[in-house]
Ligand binder design. Structure first.
Ligand SMILES: [Zn+2]
Length: 489
């Protein structure tokens, strides 16, 4: 998925955001040396030039092996470098930078997917699987999503190791397969099959979040601090059918569309959690007029219903206030002159943290209000089942100070004056599996991109060279900050 899927409506405004004591004085960061940069660039190039699409030409394992080789050659002990996975072409790499002695705090997991979305040479002005530097940008599939972060993290772990850095807790890097699609999601597989390798106090996933630029000016740094759960449901109406010259009283198409119209008119209950509350508090400082008043009114206890309704007219607010379910596909009938025997719709839900897909499936049955219709769950792999998973994303705790303090401080040093705000992701990333397992997840790429230059999954994907260097400096300082925080617990 993609970073910077910001919920900020009026993000154009860059006022300071309160996340506890932000450090305003900018202490210089230890910048990467020319040698560090050269190595980081070489790793980035290598990853871009290994095709990791979920196609006949793609192979994630080759990327994982290339990185494995680097860690082993750098002197990481073999028992701390694991190459593993359920499929020969979809192997994952898990590397552990060990704490000195016996740590008291759980590790920090850095999670990055190595697979990329398919890219066709004919659609691009350059070869998408060639790493090309041009006009201050790196071009290639994965330069925004998310080989830049994979490479920066590999380079960071290698640098920390070379410098003899000993964290107070283990730092783990997992590079995984099949985030963008495919049947072997590595992040999930590692959690379910080898939890001991990836178990952590929290997850940092650079697949979302980052710094938004407006004509070069940093406007806001988004940190994904919670995520909705993606779920598809298949709604089916069946009928004996017959000749269309003799319509029956019951009809699959009408029954389905009548039910869908009920869904269209329905609004799931208004909700807030610690993350969206912080987000809206920050936003209230920046908005003006009715909008600011409405946001304050929904932050009150109890929230003002009229204000919530007015704000909900804006889709980005609405999606932050509640679970949403919307019909996205429709099919039915088999001939122009026959009564439909089947009518079917896909309903896509984005479920607010704290609710399970099965709970929403039951709600859908109530909302659709026709016991003749079936409501089934469709998995990511396309399998249809009568019931849905019971697992839900945890209701997020207030953003952890241990994460946000260094994150904000280092962001300030790199992009002075940029407010940092937690957001709820309405898309989906691999973080959701960890959130469902009760592990807090934070999405932050430390990549600065122009708002109108989001090319993830698109043509001529590119990353400003300067952005790459900054993310490298970010991850170095941030890894040490969270690594040193291990003794406080
Ligand atoms: Zn991604």
């Amino acid at each position: 998925m993609r970073k910077n899927s910001s919920l900020l409506l009026s993000a154009a405004l860059g006022a300071a955001v309160c996340l506890g004591p932000l450090v305003s004085a900018q202490s210089p960061l230890p910048a990467a040396s020319p040698e560090d940069r050269a190595l980081a660039r070489e790793i980035f190039k290598q990853l871009i030039e290994i095709n990791t699409t979920d196609t006949a030409l793609g192979n994630v394992t080759l990327g994982a092996q290339a990185m494995q080789k680097r860690f082993l050659e750098a002197g990481f002990p073999a028992e701390d470098v694991h190459l593993l996975g359920p499929d020969a072409r979809k192997q994952n790499l898990v590397v552990r930078l060990r704490a000195a002695g016996t740590p008291t705090a759980k590790p920090v997991l850095f999670l990055g997917h190595m697979d990329v979305v398919q890219a066709l040479r004919a659609d691009w002005s350059t070869d998408p699987f060639q790493f090309i530097e041009k006009d201050g940008y790196y071009y290639g599939r994965g330069t925004q999503d998310m080989k830049e972060s994979d490479a920066a993290l590999v380079a960071t772990f290698l640098r920390l190791h070379r410098e003899g850095y000993q964290p107070k807790r283990d730092l783990i890097l997992a590079l995984t397969a099949d985030e963008e699609g495919g049947h072997f999601n590595g992040a999930r597989w590692l959690l379910e099959q080898h939890r001991e390798l990836v178990d952590a106090a929290y997850v940092i996933n650079p697949d979302s979040g980052g710094v938004e630029l407006d004509h070069g000016r940093p406007v806001v740094a988004d940190v994904e601090a919670t995520e909705k759960v993606y779920s598809d449901f298949q709604i089916t109406a069946v009928n004996p059918g017959g000749h269309s010259s003799r319509p029956r009283a019951d009809n699959a198409i009408y029954e389905l569309t009548t039910a869908l119209n009920k869904l269209a008119a329905y609004s799931f209950p208004f909700e807030m959690n610690e993350v969206t509350r912080t987000y809206f508090k920050n936003l209230a400082e920046q908005e003006t007029g009715q909008s600011a008043a409405d946001i304050r009114a929904v932050l009150a206890t109890p929230p003002d219903k009229a204000a919530a309704a007015r704000l909900s007219a804006e889709p980005s607010f609405n999606s932050n206030f509640r679970t949403t379910c919307v019909a996205t596909r429709l099919s039915g009938g088999h001939a122009n002159n026959a009564l439909a025997q089947t009518a079917q719709a896909n309903v896509n839900c984005r479920i607010f943290p704290g609710h399970s897909p099965e709970e929403i499936r039951h709600q859908l049955i109530d909302i659709l209000g026709n016991s003749k219709l079936t409501v089934k769950f469709v998995s990511d792999a396309g399998d249809v089942s009568d019931t849905a998973p019971e697992r839900k994303a945890i209701v997020p705790p207030a953003p952890m100070k241990e994460v946000f303090e260094p994150l904000a401080r280092i962001t300030q040093a790199l992009w002075p004056g940029t407010p940092v705000t937690p957001v709820m992701e309405n898309g989906a990333s691999d973080s959701i599996y960890y959130a469902q397992a009760g592990i807090p997840c934070y999405g932050y790429s430390a990549i600065a991109l122009e708002r109108d230059d989001d090319r993830a999954h698109g043509q001529d994907e590119r990353l400003p060279v300067e952005s790459y260097w900054k993310s490298l400096d970010f991850f170095y300082s941030f890894s040490k900050a969270v690594g040193d925080a291990g003794s406080r617990e």
